[in-house]
Design a protein around this ligand. Structure first.
Ligand code: FE2
Ligand code: FE2
Length: 170
């Protein structure tokens, strides 16, 4: 197993679930369960990355792509995760299938698409270049176990990017 592959696989599943919403129309009976599943995937994935992946990126990364280094990669990611969490909260304020609900879903999709592209280009590239294969494997197993253990979802809690990076320094 490899954490960078596992994260890519999660991203693919998220894209697939957003595509499934396109196919359903406005029937709340069908949209509701699919959206609930996708929202759980998004929140648990971001939480697992913050608990397991980004601390190790901060420790071993040294930049990739256009990024200034692992600190910037991490702060960007956490800011994006907070945007995604905001959009997830907003969907909960509107009836499933309503115009305002779709607007919030589109905002979540946009924030997540932008975030995945940057994370794949920078944080994952950095980790592939600088973490050992053994660590990539061990982290993948931990990540998969964490996601399985929290498959019902986690509370939506914002993370402060500066405090997060300071808390994982050294
Ligand atoms: Fe991700
Ligand atoms: Fe992420």
């Amino acid at each position: 197993m490899d954490i960078t592959e596992l994260i890519l696989a999660d991203h693919r599943e998220q894209r697939r679930m957003f595509a499934l919403l396109d196919e359903i129309g406005d029937d709340p009976e069908r949209l509701g369960p699919v959206w609930h599943r996708l929202a759980v995937l998004l929140e648990v994935h971001a939480d697992a990355e913050e608990r397991l992946f980004y601390p190790r990126l901060l420790a071993v990364g040294s930049g990739a792509g256009d990024s200034a280094g692992p600190t910037e990669e991490t702060k960007d990611a956490i800011r994006d995760h907070d945007d995604i969490r905001d959009a997830l909260r907003e969907t909960g304020r509107h009836p499933v299938g309503s115009q305002d609900w779709w607007k919030a879903v589109r905002a979540a999709r946009l924030a997540n698409s932008d975030h995945m592209a940057e994370e794949e280009r920078e944080a994952l590239a950095d980790f592939r270049r600088h973490a050992t294969l053994a660590e990539r494997h061990e982290l993948a197993v931990e990540f998969a176990v964490y996601e399985a253990a929290n498959s019902a979802g986690v509370p939506l809690r914002d993370t402060d990017p500066d405090r997060y990076v300071a808390g994982h320094a050294g």
